[in-house]
Design a protein around this ligand. Structure first.
Ligand code: NAI
Length: 468
């Protein structure tokens, strides 16, 4: 469904009216136009606090883009910024006033105590107003769970509040701020995540933290088709977010097996037919579903690399009024089926080494939602499942979740007007996301170079004001 307010407010008359009435003025987000588009263009400014460990890696990743790379000078706390390498020219924070940056990148991995947080102020205070519309802020820190000293953990945890607050300040310009926490010595796992968070692919993701652990050295991938040779199973693929996931994984080179309920076969075949994929009619709550899916995968492709549990339903009622089949169905589709399907695939060795499992949670699973005790319960369970499984999986298999906020689909189009408008505007970017925003995040998780990204729950919600 199109967002008429977003269109109106970006006309000259609409902009003036919105400003004088104090209404939100969302900026249209820049999304990917072509798959071979560079992940970032324009000017990038990089800085590093004392003891920074990731800055040479960041310099190499950013130096490979066509953007002009600069490193910050002019502050005692930022002296290590020059380790970004010789592709980065120096930029004196105190002097050059009218430059604009498409991204501000800060390596905070070396900050050891709260006093050293001053480096954040020294870098972002003079530069945040120089961030262009649709700009990107990315901070890299060390995972606080890996810090033994309390003051060290405090400094690294502090980055989360700082980044989330910046996201709220820059959202009105269509810009985003995110934080990546890496495990010690996991700098070599940064590539796919840095590219993703600086690119238009992450347009609707802000205020998020991602943990990256150590993994086998990330394999170089074809940036235009990183999923070449992979087979993907996408449940609920006939429409909405699932159809977009199927299209995006196919765009990136995967062969897609789309699954949906038998009554959605006509729509599903349209989606998979256009992608030269395969369609599987299956109700995932059926007791034979895991076997049916595993048999199909075994016969058609001998195994699967990417499993995306997207199928979901809502059956809303306040708890006192909720019939038991509303409860049972919602838990079965959104939670139980995922576990049973994974179990069968792994039991039969059909999930290949270096495979990827992606589950769809929801903001409702994080914050809870009125009239959705069943759905919030299931989507919260998805988070527990992902976090526990991440510790158990072997052979390079990762598992992560996406928690979408307000995404423009048939589901949200059916909402009453006032609830729909509130859902759209109550986030830092003051607009709803699109199915492609969820799909792009899933493609990033599925990238072979994202081997160190596991156990994460990333919200695709424009930094919704709801939830933590
Ligand atoms: P949708 O209702 O448009 O699509 C869901 C798909 O799942 C449909 O094709 C449906 O036929 C399929 N499905 C439902 N029950 C099934 C079953 N028993 N077996 C097989 N397939 C089944 O929903 P939408 O909006 O595309 O949502 C996709 C996922 O994202 C869901 O898990 C949903 O809970 C989640 N989500 C969506 C949000 C939004 O704003 N649209 C917000 C938060 C989460």
């Amino acid at each position: 469904m199109s967002d008429l307010y977003l269109k109106l407010v970006n006309t000259p008359v609409g902009k003036t009216a919105a400003q004088s009435l104090g209404l939100p003025s969302p900026i249209p987000l820049k999304r990917l136009k072509r798959v071979d588009q560079p992940f970032i263009e324009g000017n990038i400014l990089i800085a590093a606090g004392s003891g920074a460990k990731a800055v040479p890696t960041l310099g190499a990743i950013l130096g490979a883009s066509p953007a002009n790379l600069f490193h910050a000078t002019g502050s005692d706390t930022l002296e290590e910024s020059s380790k970004a390498g010789n592709k980065a020219r120096s930029f004196d924070l105190s002097r050059e006033a009218d430059s604009q940056f498409s991204a501000l990148v800060f390596d905070a991995t070396g900050l050891k105590n709260p006093q050293e947080l001053r480096a954040l102020y020294d870098f972002f205070h003079p530069t945040i107003r120089k961030l262009a519309t649709n700009g990107r802020i990315l901070v890299i820190g060390q995972d606080p769970h890996s810090c033994r000293k309390a003051s060290h953990a405090a400094a690294q945890q502090a980055l989360e509040g700082f980044v989330r607050a910046m996201g709220k300040e820059i959202g009105k310009k269509g810009s985003t701020a995110n934080l990546i926490w890496i495990a010690p010595n996991a700098e070599n796992q940064l590539d796919s995540s840095v590219r993703f968070f600086l690119s238009p692919r992450s347009a609707y993701i802000s205020g998020q933290t991602v943990r990256i652990g150590k993994a086998e050295s990330a394999k170089a991938t074809n940036p235009v088709a990183p999923l070449t040779g992979k087979v993907a199973l996408v449940t609920g693929a006939s429409r909405g977010i699932g159809a977009s996931i199927a299209e995006t994984l196919a765009r990136d080179g995967a062969t897609v097996i789309g699954l949906d309920i038998p009554s959605a076969m006509e729509e599903l075949q349209k989606v998979t037919g256009a992608l030269k994929g395969k369609a599987l009619a299956c109700d995932i709550t059926d007791k034979n579903a895991p076997k049916l899916i595993a048999d199909f995968i075994e016969k058609e492709s001998g195994g699967v690399d990417l499993v995306v549990h997207n199928a979901g339903i809502t059956r809303d009622k306040t708890l006192g009024n909720m019939p038991e089949h509303f409860w049972d169905m919602t838990i079965a589709v959104n939670l139980t089926a995922e576990e049973l399907i994974d179990e069968e695939l792994m039991h039969r060795n059909l999930l290949k080494d270096n495979g990827r499992i992606v589950c769809i949670s929801s903001i409702s699973g994080i914050a809870g939602n009125f009239g959705q005790t069943n759905y919030s319960c299931a989507k919260s369970g998805v988070i527990g499942y992902v976090e526990a499984m991440a510790k158990q999986l072997k052979n390079g298999i990762t598992i992560n979740a996406i928690a979408p906020g307000f995404i423009e689909t048939q589901m949200t189009a059916a909402m009453p007007f006032t609830i729909r408008e509130a859902g759209r505007r109550m986030n830092s970017l003051s607009q709803g996301g699109l199915p492609i925003d969820v799909a792009e995040a899933i493609a990033w998780y599925c990238n072979p170079a994202s081997a160190g990204v596991t156990g994460n729950v990333v919200r695709v919600c424009g930094q919704s004001l709801i939830g933590k």
